[in-house]
Design a protein around this ligand. Structure first.
Ligand SMILES: [Zn+2]
Length: 185
């Protein structure tokens, strides 16, 4: 079993989430996490904000069907991408609520994979937003260890032409092969 809690996030994805959270403040906002698996670890390359009327100062809910549409939109740009989880903001410096953890457990049951989908909560602090990322490992929500990265190399590039990715391994990018965000990659 893959019990790693490593999570790669591009700086662009983090910036997208933090900017959206700041715009929406003091109301919550959120959306979905898009990316690939690299070396068996999720690598979030894009964060998509999804508008909804079901949001307020202490709740945010993605409308039914919106996840699928957003994943298809991302895949139209880059076919390697797929659903990696959800994110939403908190207008205060507090981590996931019991309800957030329940929804993480639910999505992990509905879309089980190794590793399971990730939930990111953006906690508003005096110094900007802190990312609180969790996923279910062996039935327990575990805090993820976040490493920021550059962008995903273009599909047409060869691995040896890629630069600016720090120490990420050059191969074994596991991509998504179906159109359904609910399917196993
Ligand atoms: Zn929450």
């Amino acid at each position: 079993m893959n019990t790693s809690t490593k999570l790669w996030i591009t700086e662009a994805a983090r910036t997208t989430m933090a900017a959206a959270a700041a715009r929406a403040h003091p109301i919550e906002t959120g959306g979905i996490l898009i990316g690939v698996y690299l070396d068996g670890h999720p690598w979030i390359t894009t964060a998509v904000e999804i508008p909804t009327i079901e949001r307020g100062r202490s709740h945010y809910r993605i409308p039914a069907g919106a996840t699928h549409v957003a994943v298809l939109g991302a895949r139209a740009v880059d076919h390697r991408l797929g659903y990696l989880g959800d994110w939403h903001s908190h207008p205060h410096d507090v981590g996931p609520s019991p309800k957030d953890l329940a929804s993480l457990a639910l999505v992990s049951m509905k879309r089980p994979r190794l590793p399971n989908p990730t939930q990111i909560v953006l906690r508003r602090t005096d110094h900007g937003y802190t990312l609180d990322a969790r996923r279910i490992v062996a039935f327990t929500p575990r805090v993820c260890t976040i490493e920021l990265t550059g962008a995903l190399p273009r599909a047409s590039q060869h691995a040896d032409e890629v630069t600016g990715r720090g120490n990420l391994p050059p191969d074994d990018i596991r991509t998504f092969t179906t159109d359904s965000p609910g399917a196993q990659p």
